[in-house]
Design a protein around this ligand. Structure first.
Ligand code: ADP
Ligand code: MG
Length: 259
């Protein structure tokens, strides 16, 4: 390293322009090959730095979000799921609903892609700069109940209220205890018109009285959730089962017993 590049290296480090620092030689070579003007060169260097900072931000956002697995919109087979309107999902991927603090509900039977779409949309929200947290409904219910019992509910409510988008997955697989239903209501009230909620559930909203074990609490929650909301109802067979049927791995048990 010449003394001149050493000084440059130190200045770029101090300015935290690490992408420019690390790739300086190749970026300058490329700029030379393309015979860039000084103004274009400056833009070219800034682009490289922004690309790295965006990548870092997304990686960090994904680790904070705690998604259980990686799912993308590109990986969603819309043809296999005709009850989902691809245009509506692509429109939701623009994240205007997150900017507005609206809620989004994915309703439908198991295996139809609710969690897949929730994670994929959560990912697009992170790419657009929003903070996201994913939690299974039962994990959140247990965590709020524990905090309540131990006297630090406020902290837990703040934890779940902070992200711009909170994804609560699989509401309704098990009914919530009455105390948990009340805590859920407190959370929904706190987030109301501030942050977005994305909920997935195998139960229709008409059945939420049973899910929350209390029709009054369910109505109060729905009142807030549905005020500014988008509801996507998915129908059809489980995707996993369809895949297995197609590959011949799945044979209906009843048919085997006959004859
Ligand atoms: P749900 O949450 O509705 O129970 P999931 O989203 O967990 O269903 O889907 C079950 C599995 O099938 C996941 O691995 C998911 O990625 C996959 N899957 C479901 N629907 C589709 C689809 N239309 N295209 C691609 N993969 C799908
Ligand atoms: Mg699911």
């Amino acid at each position: 390293m010449t003394p001149q590049t050493d000084v440059l290296d130190k200045m770029l480090t101090r300015l935290k322009l690490t992408a420019i620092r690390d790739q300086l030689e190749s970026l300058l070579d490329e700029a030379g090959r393309r015979q860039m003007s000084l103004r274009d060169l400056l833009g070219f260097l800034c682009e490289a730095e922004i690309a790295r900072k965006d990548q870092r931000r997304i990686t960090m956002g994904l680790s904070i979000a705690k998604f259980p697995c990686l799912r993308t919109l590109e990986g969603f087979d819309f043809e296999a799921q005709p009850s989902v309107d691809a245009r509506q999902i692509r429109d939701l991927a623009a994240c205007r609903w997150v900017a507005n603090g609206d809620s989004l509900l994915f309703l439908g039977p198991p295996g139809v892609g609710k969690t897949h779409l929730a994670i994929a949309l959560g990912r697009t929200a992170i790419e657009r700069g929003y903070s996201v947290l994913f939690t299974p409904a039962m994990v959140m219910a247990a965590s709020l109940a524990k905090a309540h019992a131990e006297g630090h509910l406020e902290e837990r409510l703040a934890h779940y209220s902070k992200p711009k988008l909170l994804i609560v997955d699989e509401l309704g697989y098990l009914p919530l205890e009455q105390n948990a239903a009340h805590l859920f209501f407190q959370l929904v009230s706190r987030r109301y018109e501030r942050g977005s909620l994305l909920l997935t559930s195998n139960r229709s909203v008409g059945e939420w009285g049973e899910v929350f074990g209390d029709p009054v609490v369910a109505t109060a929650i729905l009142d807030r959730l549905l005020h500014h909301s988008h509801v996507v109802t998915i129908r059809g067979d489980s995707y996993r089962l369809k895949e297995k049927k197609r590959s011949g791995l799945y044979k209906p048990p009843v048919a085997e017993k006959q004859s």
